[in-house]
Design a protein around this ligand. Structure first.
Ligand code: PHE
Length: 399
């Protein structure tokens, strides 16, 4: 068994403290401030473990020089005895800490007793006090010397110490969803493409076949940075940028942050992630879209999960659709359809704006919100939880 500390504070104090009767007696006669010597003699040795606290060692108990000296000697004797019997394998910081705690409590109490001594006793009291301080330090130094001579206390391994809390780092649930989706599409032949978050109106709207007066372009749902630049409202501009840069066949997945002038509430955030997908090749039809996205849903949600496609409208696809997945949100309402993405065949105007031969190539695209997907997967009731960085929430996803 390894000894960690000297137990200086825990040992029964050799000092006197007032017995219960004396305490009770004083409570009854609170006006009596300075007990007489007879009363001091009546004090019994204190066996309490917290006998060193200031209340049990009141400086007001010391009224004469001899009492003062007696207390100083008792303290010195206690510390000396304890340090001499302390295991040399004890941790030095613990031993030092205990000596310092004793100094804080008892030396301070003694010091505050000095001004209360008779005037001619104050000087000898002060001298005794300084001596005591030096001797306590000398005793500690001697302990350190003995410990060093014994080879230091490097051998200490305290098996009883509580283990440190171990923290498991984890990816954010939205990042996990993005990684997982990227892995599935990578296996299907898709590569990652990225585009700028500060976009021009042309890429965000014009090239994507938004008519000039389309409501999505209005100031109230778009964050403009200037006349013609804005924070992209979706990842679809990456479709056009990719097609301008690479000749078909193209299969890309474009994850990225998008921005909308939305309130931050349980279901909306003004900045959120999207994942865009685009496949352009010769002879691609809606069948490829359905097959690929159904395959994705089976991989992501599990083979038995049902998906369905329904019509939807986006200016840059024709026909446009949405894919719903049947999920159980564990709210007692059972399985229900949840829309997880918008999709469709890339509109010929988009191919044209991107400089792709629309007679030769066709393709499909989709866009989804991984935050919504993470929420439906983990029954997260409020999107703001994903932004709070609350470790108590996030650590639940540590794998
Ligand atoms: N860009 C659309 C949105 O933000 C999603 C989408 C992408 C729809 C691609 C169809 C095709 O809602």
């Amino acid at each position: 068994m390894v000894v960690c500390g000297a137990g200086l504070l825990r040992e029964p104090a050799p000092f006197v403290c007032r017995s219960q009767t004396a305490v009770a007696a004083q409570r009854r006669t609170p006006q009596r401030r300075t007990p007489q010597l007879a009363q001091l003699k009546a004090l019994t040795p204190c066996a309490s473990r917290t006998a060193l606290t200031a209340t049990r060692f009141p400086s007001s108990q010391i009224v004469t020089l001899s009492e003062f000296i007696a207390q100083a000697e008792a303290l010195e004797q206690h510390v000396t005895e304890q340090l001499r019997s302390t295991d040399l394998a004890a941790r030095l910081d613990v031993v030092k800490g205990e000596v310092n705690a004793l100094k804080d409590q008892r030396l301070a109490a003694l010091q505050s007793a000095i001004p209360k001594l008779e005037s001619h006793d104050r000087k000898p009291g002060g001298i005794r006090f300084n001596e005591l301080k030096q001797r306590l330090q000398a005793e500690l130094d001697a302990f350190i010397d003995r410990q060093n001579a014994a080879g230091g206390n490097a051998v200490v391994v305290d098996l009883t110490m509580p283990a440190r809390q171990s923290w498991r780092g984890s990816l954010h649930p939205v990042s996990m969803v993005i990684d997982e989706i990227s892995d599935i599409f990578r296996e299907l032949g898709f590569t990652i493409a990225l585009g700028p978050e500060a976009e021009t109106a042309f890429y965000n709207f014009g090239a994507l076949n938004f008519p000039p007066d389309h409501p999505a372009m209005e100031l109230h749902d778009t964050l403009y940075l200037g006349q013609d630049t804005l924070l992209r409202t979706h990842t679809s501009p990456v479709q056009v940028r990719t097609l301008q840069q690479y000749a078909p066949p193209v299969r890309v997945l474009c994850p990225g942050q998008v921005y909308r002038r939305d309130f931050f509430d349980a279901t909306h955030a003004p900045a959120f992630m999207q994942i865009e997908g685009l496949a352009i090749d010769e002879g691609i039809s809606f069948v490829d879209l359905k097959a690929t996205l159904s395959q994705f849903a089976r991989r992501f949600y599990g083979g038995s999960r049902r998906v369905r496609f329904g019509p939807s409208y986006f200016p840059f696809v024709e026909p446009g659709a949405q894919m719903d997945v049947e999920v159980d949100l564990n709210d007692g309402k059972g399985l229900r359809w949840v829309e997880i993405l918008g999709c469709g065949m890339v509109h010929p105007h988009v191919l044209q704006a991107a400089g792709v031969d629309q007679e030769k190539y066709t393709g499909w695209a989709f866009g989804m919100g991984p935050a919504r997907i993470a929420m439906s997967r983990h029954d997260i009731p409020d999107i703001r939880l994903l932004y709070d960085s609350d470790v108590r929430f996030l650590e639940q996803f540590a794998q």
